[in-house]
Design a protein around this ligand. Structure first.
Ligand code: FAD
Length: 479
């Protein structure tokens, strides 16, 4: 007999305590909405915790969006952090966010959700033998847990595995390594291989545009946000020209001619790989065709003898504890702001959008919106119904007018400006208060100006540390 359901219909359930789950908990707390939160790991941080079993994190991983742009709204990363912090600093930041909002005492750690069944009056959550019914459920369990595995004919003699299980360059030392796929993880791991492997190759199916992490000494995303918003017809060629001037012709390095324009695929941000390619420590090779004994045969006929094939081929975006029929294309074409269900008032999905910028600020905004809807569902059902009716009848173009390459990754790809505008529109529609966001960009420009002035005044002085000695203090209170 199925266990009797525990009635929790006075509250919501957040599944996951990674960045999305933490942002959601802080937003529900701020809106005074009661909730439970369940996390299968023993602590907060999601995939940024390299100890979280199954996390795709590896020792050399750093943010690819800058610390300036990557912070939650109103909770900046410490100014003492480098422009692109390593994974352990991101984890420390996430923990400080949880502490500042007193979130940890409300989390049930070590509990995995097995199934979620939304229905008219709420949603049922299965946790082992326990069955609970909530007013609503927010799925915040991330998209980087189920490897996408390509298959090729032939039986390889080399070890073949997905990069999800990759942790350290020690795994590559002295081996002939082929990395398949040139997303940001593939590029990082190719750099690890370039340093320690006896031979390093990266197999690419198509050409990509490199985007440098800094433009004129400023993080690329800060640079992009600092200028005026250009119309798409001008932005794309101008940015393409800038990249060409900064990076040069990558076809000399073996990169195939991209079949798309810059900004029409997820940006490949890796300066080190360019350097390794230029020094011949790693080589770009063609797409894999098949395995033939000890060799990998490529589409251009080249044969490579390798010991280890690492598949940096991405992840399947799915929610394993939810019947996909319940989503019913909710994420398609950026519908419903990526967070709401077409069918159920009680189902929310946070953190599943693939964005061409930093994710955390959007998690803050979307969680604030979900929190408003949740509060309305409990206290003002007419307003909640009015909002959801409007949302379901409105279509948003979250691609920002870009024509994206037709890969699985880009199926639900979202432009950060389009998403921000659409979210603002939703807040305006209901006259809800937009979450306060101090303009961190101006703060950064101010620091830059200060440092430049300090540089000028130091001309001719003894070299000394230009920043005041500060501990790597993390913010402790929400601002
Ligand atoms: C190498 C790498 C670099 C990245 N760099 C950037 C970057 O520079 N900028 C950026 O914005 N994003 C980056 N990302 C994207 C990254 O996915 C997000 O930053 C962020 O971690 C997503 O947060 P999340 O909470 O949605 O998911 P996750 O971080 O995956 O957290 C999900 C949580 O849910 C828990 N969970 C899963 N299933 C269950 C269950 N059934 N029951 C209970 N708990 C469960 C997990 O244990 C985990 O704690 C990067 C990703 C990778 C892999």
């Amino acid at each position: 007999m199925p266990p009797a359901s525990i009635d929790r219909t006075d509250r919501f359930c957040i599944i996951g305590a990674g960045p999305a789950g933490l942002a959601m908990a802080a937003a529900l707390k701020a809106a005074g909405v009661p909730y439970d939160q369940v996390e299968r790991h023993s602590r907060v941080g999601g995939l940024w915790d390299i100890e979280n079993p199954g996390s795709p994190m590896y020792e050399s991983a750093h943010l690819i969006s800058s610390r300036t742009m990557s912070a939650f709204a109103g909770f900046p990363m410490p100014a003492t952090y480098p422009d692109y912090p390593r994974h352990d600093r991101v984890l420390a930041y996430l923990r400080s966010f949880a502490t500042a909002h007193s979130l940890e005492p409300g989390i049930e750690f070590g509990r995995a959700v097995d199934a979620v069944e939304p229905h008219g009056g709420g949603a049922t959550v299965m946790l082992g033998d326990e069955r609970r019914t909530y007013r609503g459920v927010i799925c915040a369990t991330g998209t980087n847990w189920d490897p996408l595995l390509p298959e090729w004919p032939g039986t390889p003699q080399a070890e073949v595995r997905h990069v999800r299980a990759y942790r350290s360059p020690d795994e590559l030392r002295g081996k002939r390594v082929l990395v398949v796929g040139l997303g940001n993880s593939g590029a990082d791991i190719a750099c690890d291989a370039a340093r320690v492997a006896s031979a390093a190759y990266v197999s690419v199916r198509r050409g990509y545009h490199f985007v440098p992490k800094h433009v004129f000494g400023t993080p690329a995303d800060v640079f992009a946000h600092s200028g005026p918003r250009l119309p798409r017809w001008l932005e794309t060629p101008l940015f393409g020209l800038l990249l060409r001037l900064l990076i040069g012709n990558t076809r000399k390095l073996g990169m195939p001619k991209p079949d798309h324009r810059v900004l029409e695929s997820h940006p490949l941000m890796n300066d080190q790989l360019l350097s390794h390619l230029r020094h011949g420590d790693v080589r770009l090779v063609a797409d894999v065709e098949r395995f033939d004994g000890g060799e990998v045969v490529l589409r251009d006929g080249e044969r490579l003898g390798v010991d280890l094939v690492l598949l940096a081929t991405g992840y399947t975006k799915r929610i394993p504890y939810l019947d996909p029929a319940h989503l019913d294309g909710s994420w398609a074409a950026g519908q419903l702001l990526t967070a709401f269900s077409r069918k159920y008032d009680s189902l929310f999905t946070l953190g599943f959008a693939e964005i061409n910028g930093a994710l955390f600020p959007h998690l803050s905004r979307l969680s604030a919106l979900i929190a408003q809807v949740a509060r309305a569902e409990l206290h003002d059902p007419i307003a909640a119904e009015r909002f959801l009716k409007w949302l379901r009848g409105t279509s948003f173009d979250l691609t920002g007018g870009r024509r994206l390459i037709p890969t699985q990754r880009h199926q639900h790809y979202t432009d950060e400006h389009a998403l921000e505008q659409a979210t603002r529109r939703a807040f305006r529609r209901m006259s809800w208060t937009w979450p306060s966001e101090p303009n961190i960009l101006y703060q950064e420009l101010f620091i830059l100006l200060q440092n430049t002035l300090a540089d000028l005044s130091l001309e001719g002085d003894e070299p000394r540390d230009r920043r005041p000695a500060r501990s790597e203090s993390l913010p402790t209170a929400a601002r």
